[in-house]
Design a protein. Structure first.
Length: 97
């Protein structure tokens, strides 16, 4: 579990990132979760965009993605979801204590 200080740090790091994935009318599926987990292992911090034609609630989509990829949900702002997962082999982000 991350502290509020760590989440704030990650939000500032994610600010300049562009969304890598888009969730559309198909919603969240196993393939998408697997791809997000793989990208999180490589990058640690990503943004996911929820399109307007997605029938599910943005918060529910965020929870599904975080739970499925075993990642931390950092932020849901507008239609953008920020996810973080510490990488085992490609550790790039040093979190504040």
């Amino acid at each position: 579990m991350l502290t509020t200080k760590q989440k704030s740090f990650l939000r500032s790091k994610a600010h300049h990132l562009d969304p890598i994935f888009q969730v559309g009318k198909g919603g969240v599926n196993e393939n998408m979760i697997k791809q997000i987990a793989d990208v999180l292992e490589a990058r640690e911090l990503i943004k996911v965009s929820v399109l307007q034609n997605c029938g599910e609630d943005k918060r529910e989509v965020a929870e599904q993605l975080a739970k499925g990829a075993r990642a931390e949900l950092i932020q849901v702002i507008g239609s953008i979801i920020v996810l973080y997962k510490e990488s085992r082999e490609n550790k790039k982000i040093e979190l504040p204590r």
